[in-house]
Write a protein that binds this ligand. Structure first.
Ligand SMILES: [Zn+2]
Length: 413
């Protein structure tokens, strides 16, 4: 099995167990009220690392179709997120001097949250989005969107109909692709010498350096690094040409990729940052088993502390943000059911559903205000990466409550 018996990046069999988090249900599979009685499957959640290419990875267990066809996440719900995407589009338009006749293609374009900003500057856009419900919303909003999985086959079909894009964007998608090599072959088909490809993904080094082990969940197949792309891309006639560090998801890398004979000029800062990041990753020593054993000890201790804190809470516990990382944290810490009364989340697709595994009801802020506001709670923010924005929000509607994050350690915000 790919990701378990051999590496999904380089096919090597030299993969070792880096971190074992026990069992967990599929983190993005929300439960509907009528299905509460039926048992959900839980699967082993084990991170492996390849000694050859240093890719962190999870084994597969389920078809792409089941995981992605009805994906509840609409990225346009966060204002900070939209602002950073607007800035990114502006920078790319200036840097590449994009004109009306140029094409920007985004893979996993969601509801058009990013492409809209290119479109507003009259640059041609095309979105590829496998989640049918989300692709439909994008099309209704006027963003041309193809409801498909990106693959080498799709790229070959597309390139007969479209010009080679000046910019290909895949933000927070590469890590979720089951067949990574096929995906990279597809990128290679689309890219010409004046194409810039931008990937964005959380970096595996943050799992070690910042205890971000709750970013591990089944739909997140690959845990990426500059070292991995630097090593693997030449096989696909591509090259890692620059790196930018961004704040998304508590610290992500933006990978600037070109063809191996590229005419794209990149700013000096991203080229310098690439060399720096490669050196930093070497010092973290991602392929050193003892490094991961030390982390496993720390994670074990942190989970026990978190569990004790939940069980001894002086106030009723509720959550904020029904994110995938919540499912990993609650499962790995073996938090008993009903310890968290409900979870507040304003995403349309999540309200009135239940979080996987612990089946915690998801309610909106409006419902909280209506039925629960007067009480005092301990509110745990699951997406710690957005704690500033979320805690300000919580204070506005739950002034009597105490606000916490669980990682890297339990802390009042
Ligand atoms: Zn490998």
């Amino acid at each position: 099995m790919r990701g378990r018996d051999f590496c999904r990046g380089c096919n090597s069999q030299r993969v070792f167990i880096a971190l074992n988090l026990g069992f967990s249900p599929l983190a993005n599979r929300l439960v509907e009220a009528e299905n509460l009685e039926s048992a959900e499957p839980w699967y082993p959640l084990v991170l492996r690392v390849c000694e050859n290419c240093c890719l962190g990875q999870l084994g597969e267990f389920n078809s792409d179709f089941e995981i992605f066809r009805d994906y509840p996440y609409l990225s346009s719900t966060s204002s900070t997120w939209l602002e950073s995407n607007k800035n990114f589009a502006k920078t790319m338009i200036e840097q590449l001097n994009l004109q009306t006749e140029d094409l920007v293609l985004e893979i996993a374009s969601n509801d058009g949250y990013l492409l809209q900003y290119f479109q507003q500057s009259q640059v041609e856009v095309l979105g590829i989005e496998p989640a049918l419900n989300v692709a439909t919303i994008a099309s209704i909003n006027g963003i041309p969107t193809s409801p498909e999985f990106f693959s080498e086959n799709l790229a070959k079909k597309l390139i007969t109909k479209i010009k080679s894009p000046r910019l290909v964007i895949a933000k927070n998608v590469v890590a979720h692709v089951p067949d990574l090599r096929d995906f990279l072959r597809g990128i290679s088909v689309l890219a010409s010498s004046d194409t810039l490809v931008v990937f964005e993904a959380p970096t595996i080094t943050n799992i070690i350096n910042k205890m971000q082990f709750d970013t591990i969940y089944h739909e997140h197949f690959s845990y990426l690094s500059a070292s991995f792309f630097d090593k693997i891309l030449p096989e696909f006639k591509l090259k890692l040409s620059g790196i930018e560090k961004v704040e998304t998801h508590g610290g992500s890398l933006r990978f600037f990729i070109t063809t191996d004979h590229s005419g794209v000029e990149l700013p000096k800062t991203v080229i310098t940052s690439l060399h720096k990041t490669l050196l930093e990753e070497q010092s973290v020593n991602l392929t050193d088993l003892s490094r991961w054993e030390a982390l496993s000890d720390l994670v074990g201790k942190s989970l026990i502390e978190f569990r004790n804190w939940v069980l001894n809470s002086n106030n009723p516990m509720i959550g904020y943000g029904a994110a995938a990382k919540a499912v990993t944290l609650l499962s790995a810490a073996q938090i008993p059911r009903d310890s968290i009364l409900f979870c507040i989340d304003n995403s349309e697709g999540k309200i009135n559903h239940f979080m996987p595994g612990h089946q915690i009801p998801i309610i909106s802020e409006a419902e909280f205000k209506l039925n629960y506001e007067v009480n005092s709670y301990n509110i745990l923010i699951f997406p710690w990466n957005l704690k500033k924005e979320i805690s300000e929000r919580i204070r506005s509607f739950a002034p009597n409550s105490h606000i916490f994050v669980a990682l890297p350690k339990v802390e009042e915000v």
